[in-house]
Design a protein around this ligand. Structure first.
Ligand SMILES: Nc1nc2c(c(=O)[nH]1)N[C@H]1C(S)=C(S)[C@@H](COP(=O)(O)OP(=O)(O)OC[C@H]3O[C@@H](n4cnc5c(=O)[nH]c(N)nc54)[C@H](O)[C@@H]3O)O[C@H]1N2
Ligand SMILES: Nc1nc2c(c(=O)[nH]1)N[C@H]1C(S)=C(S)[C@@H](COP(=O)(O)OP(=O)(O)OC[C@H]3O[C@@H](n4cnc5c(=O)[nH]c(N)nc54)[C@H](O)[C@@H]3O)O[C@H]1N2
Ligand SMILES: [Mo]
Length: 667
């Protein structure tokens, strides 16, 4: 983005027209980023709690006082019998640049010996699933989608959550491509596709197996590609024998003819691109599902073309120097316990030894973590010392003992990768920090000095960190130094314009092939072949629960929010209206609910109120609540995560936000 500054004040923000992937377009939210930067309710100075936890009552204090107190508390805990493991950093995706997200902060907590946080709220199940098949977070170049003749938007809603892909999808469609949405919900994107396949949530793996059955049975596979560049085809073909389209249709709640037609389209149209996104992996079986779907392109040789293949994330095409950024060696042989972010409610209420202090930054756990009533119970603990670094008084900040004001993207340096394109991006500050805000990196630098951490890495400047990030011997990173990225704003990785990463194999798997059979999975105790791993909360897996709570509850991103970011700003709340629950008319009728009714969603974990929108967009049996609203802006001070569960997915310790059964009643 380009920011125009006058007299030290940012007055205009626009997309950078020179940037190929965004083509100068900003999304609905970021195009109003100045309203966030200069919002009247921004936290402008450090504050200390004066009221009870959760009330959000604070008084201003000086930076030195705040940091002295935090340093003293952390030092005392580190020296206590429970040791530094009683301290837990809680950070996530508020910003994902290397400077503010994963460098000075990690160094600080490694040196301290704090509990390690396994950051699993978003993508880990799918990430490990894709890794099993393709060898890492790699895939086709999203920039090539316009050339595809068939596009599967699989658990992806790009108009809402991946805006810059959408013009390419539309361009492909204009050129005659068939675009198919695979989603239990007729999302804004699904509405504009050529076809919508509304399967039951968490059944994607079965659909892929059914497709593969047809591809093999009808000989729509690329024998040459399979022979050269894949591992385990014979075993896979054997496995697929029982995965008939009838079986898949039964599991997915579809018609067998839909499965067959999808397979035929996929087996006969070149190039065929699949945009898989994280919606489909927020289920107990999400990792294996992603792994199974990722087998499809190799089976038909879709990788041969630049506009063919699959992409969930392009993250591993970047070879940033994470060890130098995060310095795990500062642990010095200590092996602190690991706490899963997706089960932080349990960790804060039941871990032994207890967590005594949390330092929260880039994260709003009270709003975004599952099983929120447990998370709140943890944050309410009087004996938990809580520091929150944020630009706003979030649901979480209300529980802080000390709040520290954080800079926004306009006020600090950073360097970013992407998971949806192949450019390195610089974040140059355009204005001075607003109020007394500081970048996260500077806060940890100052805390490190107070704790006497004297490794030279604690004196690295933000630009030093940017330089470190880009120091890499990888051929894809050659010539992409910080100075160059800083100057131009962006640099494409050194890959061909028409990049076809696996046209001739070369997968980053142990075998170098696309692995239909995975020894890596087998070593972890999994079936080495693709299989259907069902959702945990479904009629098949838990009939008793499904009887009490018959509706599958999805809470995907709202168009005007970015997780919980922007959800506090009036403009975006006005655009979203109020928390709403979208239902199919058959489910509404069965409960005497009409459009506009106030309804209560509930299960054994919690409940909350929303406004019913009876619009037939979710398939029958599924309800959809665009999220993540702040609890304090919702009618009863709760949100979608009051009903979601802390259950962990099959791979990567991933969260399972969308594996959640509920009942709905008229309030
Ligand atoms: N029910 C439900 N829950 C979900 C999801 C869902 O779909 N449904 N999605 C999940 C997913 S995919 C994700 S990624 C997580 C995201 O969860 P979080 O990472 O917590 O995401 P945000 O709420 O966007 O950001 C957290 C906070 O970071 C702050 N922030 C931004 N930049 C900075 C900075 O530079 N410094 C500091 N100190 N703070 C900053 C923002 O102001 C914001 O309050 O939520 C998950 N939770
Ligand atoms: N506007 C906006 N954009 C965002 C975000 C945001 O909060 N707001 N969040 C960002 C982040 S952190 C992330 S991780 C990405 C998320 O990006 P996506 O993963 O694309 O996010 P969703 O929109 O949740 O997922 C897309 C669709 O998945 C569907 N879905 C849910 N369960 C299933 C299932 O079992 N199978 C299938 N096939 N589909 C299913 C949902 O109905 C939804 O329409 O978006 C990023 N972009
Ligand atoms: Mo995410």
């Amino acid at each position: 983005m380009l920011v125009t500054v006058k007299d030290g004040v940012a007055i205009r923000i626009q997309g950078d027209p020179s940037m190929p992937f965004t083509d100068g377009t900003l999304c609905t939210k970021v195009s109003h980023y100045l309203e966030r930067t200069y919002a009247p309710d921004r936290v402008l100075h450090p504050m200390r709690r004066t009221g009870p936890k959760g009330r959000g009552e604070f008084q201003r204090i000086a930076w030195d006082e705040a940091l002295d107190e935090i340093a003293a508390r952390l030092k005392a805990l580190a020296a206590s019998p429970e040791g530094p493991e009683s301290i837990l950093p809680l950070s996530y995706a508020g910003t994902m640049g290397m400077v503010q997200y994963a460098s000075m902060d990690r160094r600080f907590f490694h040196r301290l010996g704090a509990s390690l946080l396994e950051r699993t709220l978003c993508s880990s199940a799918g990430k490990f699933g894709i890794k099993a098949t393709l060898g890492g977070s790699v895939g086709m170049d999203p920039e090539r989608f316009a050339e595809a003749r068939l596009i599967l938007l699989w658990g992806a809603n790009p108009i809402v959550s991946n805006l810059h892909l959408w013009p390419r999808v539309l361009e492909a469609k204009r050129r005659g491509a068939k675009v198919i949405a695979i989603d239990p919900y007729r999302s804004l994107s699904a509405e504009k596709c050529s076809q919508h396949i509304a399967l039951l949530p968490g059944t994607d793996g079965a659909l892929a197996l059914g497709m593969m059955h047809v591809l093999v049975a009808e000989n729509l596979v690329d024998r040459d590609y399979i022979a050269r560049y894949t591992l385990g085809f014979e075993a896979l073909a054997e496995r697929l024998k029982t995965c008939t389209p009838e079986w898949a249709a039964g599991v997915c709640g579809l018609r067998a003819a839909e499965v067959v037609q999808l397979a035929r389209d996929y087996g006969t149209t070149r190039p065929a691109a699949i945009r898989l996104n994280y919606g489909m992996q927020r289920h107990a079986g999400g990792g294996i599902a992603a792994r199974t779907i990722a087998c499809l392109p190799a089976l038909v040789g879709a990788w041969r073309e630049p506009a063919g293949g699959i992409v969930l994330s392009t993250n591993d095409f970047y070879n940033f120097d994470h060890a130098a950024l995060e310095r795990p060696d500062l642990l010095g042989g200590r092996q602190p316990r690991v706490i899963n972010h997706a089960a932080v409610g349990d960790a804060l209420t039941a871990a032994s030894p207890p967590v005594r202090a949390v330092v929260v930054y880039n994260n709003n756990p009270v709003a975004v973590c599952p099983d929120a009533e447990k998370v709140v119970a943890g944050f309410r603990r009087e004996d938990l010392f809580c520091v929150v670094m944020d630009s706003f008084l979030t649901d979480t900040a209300d529980y802080a003992d000390i709040v520290l004001p954080a800079t926004t993207q306009l006020e600090h340096f950073d360097v970013h990768k992407s998971y949806g394109h192949l450019y390195v991006l610089a974040n140059n500050p355009s204005i001075a920090p607003v109020g007394e805000s500081l970048p996260n990196s500077e806060v940890f630098r100052r805390l490190a000095a107070r704790l006497g951490f004297d490794d030279p890495c604690f004196r690295d400047s933000d630009e030093d960190i940017c330089r470190t990030a880009l120091r890499s011997a990888s051929p894809r990173m050659q010539g992409i130094g910080w100075e160059r990225v800083k100057e131009s704003g962006w640099q494409r990785l050194r890959v061909p314009e028409r990049f076809a990463p696996f046209a001739e194999g070369g997968f980053p798997t142990p075998s170098g092939k696309c692995e239909f059979t995975s020894a890596w999975l087998e070593r972890q105790g999994f079936d080495p072949l693709p299989f259907f791993n069902p959702p945990a909360e479904s009629a098949v897996s838990d009939a008793a629960r499904a009887k009490r709570y018959p509706l599958a509850f999805l809470s995907p991103p709202a168009r005007n929010f970015l997780n919980s970011t922007f959800a506090n700003l009036k403009r975006f709340r006005d655009q979203e209206g109020e928390p709403r629950l979208e239902l199919h008319s058959s489910d509404a009728q069965a409960r005497g609910i009409v459009d506009g009714d106030r309804v209560r969603v509930f299960n054994d974990r919690g409940s909350y109120f929303l406004r019913a929108r009876v619009n037939d967009k979710p398939r029958p049996g599924v309800v959809v609540a665009p999220s993540v609203w702040w609890r304090k802006h919702s009618p009863d001070g709760r949100n979608a995560n009051s009903v979601t569960s802390q259950r962990i997915a099959d791979l990567g310790g991933g969260a399972t936000f969308y594996d959640c059964l509920v009942e709905v009643e008229k309030a």
